[in-house]
Design a protein around this ligand. Sequence first.
Ligand code: SF4
Length: 254
Amino acid sequence: MSRSKIDMFLNCPRCFYLDRRLGVAQPPGYPFTLNSAVDALLKKEFDIHRAKNQAHPLMTSYGVDAVPYSHADLEAWRDSLRRGIQYQDPKTNFLVTGGVDDVWVNPKGELIIVDYKATAKAGEVNLDAEWQIGYKRQMEIYQWLFRNNGFKVSSTGYFVYVNAQTDREAFDAKLEFDVKIIPYKGNDSWVEGTLLAARRCLDGELPESAPSCDFCAYRASARLHEEAVQQKPARKAAKTSKKISATKVRPALF
Ligand code: SF4
């Protein structure tokens, strides 16, 4: 049960049920290779400061009193393909997993969850858009995972948000970015209740579609039209065979 599946459940229990219980996943999207490149470079950059046990200059300029955290499991926590950090929830029996971008530690010994984000938009980046609830939930699930692995975790996490500048004169074979550190105070109190609700969902009947989802509306409409088209030849065939049985059938000419 990765953090994205928890998000899927919150967005649409039906899609979650199709995926987790019936094994029918949504078609995969295209890989965000530019975002992945930014993530990889940010990781390398913070790792240089981690090795020296010192704050990255960005952390200092934003007044973050912490250093990148060193831990033998850091690479495993970061590796979402190998499921990242994990916790087997005893109430639901879900193995909850998440691949974290980075972890810092403050002087009180509290871990700070850090997520890298990359975009290209005019104006300042922030966390104000409605769709960014997914980013906040992601942070809170990671905080919950680390707490359940026995770590002291600060409620304040950070998004290292990089924004590609599109107002340059020319591309010149490089993209330049503004980098901003945005604090976010997480509250993971919703996670346990959500896991229980997800368990009940999987143990129950197929839920309704989310009314606002364009995909299910498309599927329902497509199905209706397909059925109508498939029924037409069947009706035509039935009419023709009635006609034939009502008239005298001629012997075949061979
Ligand atoms: S409503 Fe959308 S998200 Fe839900 S099952 Fe249908 S396609 Fe999936």
